[in-house]
Design a protein around this ligand. Structure first.
Ligand code: AMP
Length: 272
């Protein structure tokens, strides 16, 4: 990226926010943090084909580049948008490299979206080598992805600090997501159940066993007219392995993936 050369030459710091566009306030919070901590910020807007396991999801993914540019214009700092096309970025070979992320890739999203984290690793490795950021900002909204990217920079030996940023929610509690743009007002209302259920699990975390907490979640989603649960797991924050027993020494998060009207949403919450 030629525009970054003066920053690289003068050893100015570069913050990087990788996104798939359809920007919302959650994305903007990452850009805000990056612009506070760096001399300039690169925001990539790229719907990465290699991380989609479902062609319909890829095709229907919202693309709102004009709006995205408007969202970023209000920043006074040096902001660069990087929005390559797939064949240029991948040099005509749109495929993933396989990564061994020490097992994290086999949990949750990895189980349900085959090849997803290979696609994420491949595209971010390309981006990191082009942008050469000092810091990369990723949301805890995709908590497993955040852990994967921390591993990726170790594997690829990249001098990038990966910074995790808190989940930004609508006033209803629903986690902001580009995919929310595909929901109608009724579905948006119903989707708040994801947040409410995670909150219920958190409130009952000390009182109930893991199996009782799992049952509680299943009950919330059972026979729901709009939402269907793909998975709920309580996992160790470090390893992301599903837990059956609680240990006082460990930190846990609850993770939900579900469908509403054909749209797949994920969310998670720290439980202790
Ligand atoms: P995406 O465009 O969905 O690939 O997301 C780009 C980045 O924004 C990822 O690091 C996400 O984790 C992060 N992100 C998406 N939604 C939110 C949110 N509601 N709060 C915080 N970060 C988010």
């Amino acid at each position: 990226m030629e525009a970054l050369l003066p920053f690289l030459k003068n050893r100015k710091s570069i913050g990087f926010v990788p996104t798939m566009g359809a920007l919302h306030v959650g994305h903007v919070s990452l850009v805000e943090q990056a612009s506070i901590e760096n001399d300039c910020v690169v925001v990539s807007i790229f719907v990465n084909p290699t991380q989609f396991d479902n062609p319909t999801d890829l095709q229907k993914y919202p693309r709102t580049i004009e709006n995205d540019i408007a969202h970023l214009k209000r920043f006074s700092k040096n902001i660069f948008i990087f929005s390559p096309n797939a064949s240029d970025l991948y040099n005509q070979n749109i495929s993933s490299k396989h990564y061994d992320y020490s097992g994290i890739e086999h949990e949750m999203e990895g189980k349900h979206r085959i090849g997803h984290f290979d696609g994420v690793g491949t595209v971010l490795n390309l981006f990191f080598r082009i942008v050469k950021p000092d810091r990369a900002y990723l949301g805890e909204k995709d908590f497993q992805q955040l852990q994967i990217v921390k591993k990726l920079v170790e594997i690829e030996n990249l001098p990038v600090k990966v910074v995790g940023c808190p989940i930004v929610r609508e006033s209803s509690g629903l986690a902001m997501s580009s995919r929310n743009k595909r929901l109608n007002p009724e579905q948006l209302n119903e989707a708040v159940l994801i947040y409410k259920t995670l909150l219920k699990v958190k409130e009952n975390f000390k009182l109930l066993s893991i199996s009782k907490l799992n049952q509680l979640v299943e009950k919330e989603f059972k026979n729901h007219p709009y939402l269907s649960l793909e998975y709920f797991e309580i996992a160790d924050t470090e390893t992301l392995k599903t837990t059956i027993y609680k240990s006082k020494k460990k930190n846990y998060r609850g993770f939900i993936a579900c469908f509403i009207g054909g749209v797949r949403l994920i969310d998670n919450m720290a439980l202790n």
